[in-house]
Design a protein around this ligand. Structure first.
Ligand SMILES: *[C@@H]1O[C@H](CO)[C@@H](O)[C@H](O)[C@H]1NC(C)=O
Length: 317
């Protein structure tokens, strides 16, 4: 009787140990799944190194002698003058808390766009341009040069927002909300936690296993519009020494965040838990826009139109 009992006890102990051990192995393989960051070979890092390019247009004094709460940084193609004009006249109009700058690469040579861009910049002094070709596949270069610029020329700002040119931004709501947001290690936007590389070679987002061997992406924020605390710009720029370039700029920033051990956070409004950075088209209505931080899908003319009405009295909603 007694022996069987001891026997059972031993068995039970063995089963429990086996369970604990396998759980331990499972957890350690899961955490081993995150590859240890190794520096990218020098010749591969060059494409994302700020040393590789030079400024054609720069605004080194835009941020000097002031500490804006928020700097909007808008990546644009050189020819998108109309979009820039609309942004300057709407949410990008300078005020005491915000500053808006545009970031472009080089236009196609011989297009005549460069002269127009330089004229426009003489008038507004808000365009930064660096010497890489402005193409869709080079957006990762643009984003990383933006991070470097912010860290270099705008160290006294509190927050940065990278925001596309076709977005409506509810500035007053955004400012109010930022005043109670974390000030360090903070990045928020439309968080994507289940991203995976496309392996079909005809996909617009195709990534070969050679370029990206893992079968999923770490959490990242959609590139359309996201906010980060100012400290992160320099840290993300630094982390790019450990992450090989991939052409999807938002996933790339997510890979840099993983190196830093920073998780992008989801932002919602209480009490409904509504996603503040929901990326979708919303039919214009003054009061439904008043509850959003950003809305996407705006042509310049529509942005101007909506803004005129929105400014009339959304505070009464
Ligand atoms: C990206 O920019 C670099 C530097 O200007 C250029 O050599 C390269 O062709 C561009 N890549 C693409 C895919 O446009």
């Amino acid at each position: 009787m007694r022996t069987t009992f001891t026997c059972r006890l031993v068995k039970l102990f063995a089963v429990i140990s086996a369970l604990v051990l396998s759980a331990h192995i499972l957890v350690s393989t899961l955490s081993k799944h995150v590859p240890k960051p190794y520096p990218v070979p020098v010749e591969d890092y060059r494409v994302l190194s700020p040393q590789t390019y030079h400024y054609v247009l720069n605004q080194p004094t835009a941020c000097r002698d002031r500490s804006p709460l928020l700097v909007f940084m808008v990546p644009v193609a050189p020819h998108q003058a109309e979009a820039r004009e609309a942004i300057r006249a709407t949410w990008g109009a300078p005020n005491e808390d915000t500053l808006t700058l545009f970031y472009a690469g080089l236009p196609e040579e011989g297009s005549g766009v460069q002269d127009k861009l330089e004229d426009e910049n003489r008038k507004h002094a808000d365009i930064i341009q660096m010497s890489f070709q402005d193409t869709y596949q080079n957006l990762t270069i643009k984003t990383m040069m933006i991070m470097n610029w912010l860290a270099t020329y705008c160290p006294n700002a509190n927050y940065f927002m990278k925001v596309d040119a076709d977005i409506f931004v509810n500035v007053l709501y955004l400012i109010r909300w930022l005043r109670s947001s974390p000030q360090q290690g903070f990045i928020t936007g439309s968080v994507i936690t289940d991203g995976r590389p496309r392996r079909e070679s005809n996909s617009k987002w195709y990534l070969s296993e050679e370029v990206y061997p893992e079968d999923s992406f770490p959490p990242y924020v959609s590139g359309a519009g996201y906010v980060l605390s100012a400290d992160l710009a320099g840290r993300i720029s630094w982390a790019s020494r450990f992450v090989r370039m991939i052409p999807m700029e938002d996933v790339y920033v997510g890979l840099c965040l993983r190196v830093l051990g920073v998780r992008p956070v989801y932002s919602y409004s209480l009490p409904t838990f509504r996603n503040l950075f929901e990326i979708r088209k919303v039919e214009y209505n003054r009061c439904s826009f008043a509850r959003c931080l950003i809305v996407n899908g705006f042509k310049p003319s529509k942005l101007l139109h909506v803004w005129t009405d929105f400014s009339k009295g959304h505070t009464s909603c």
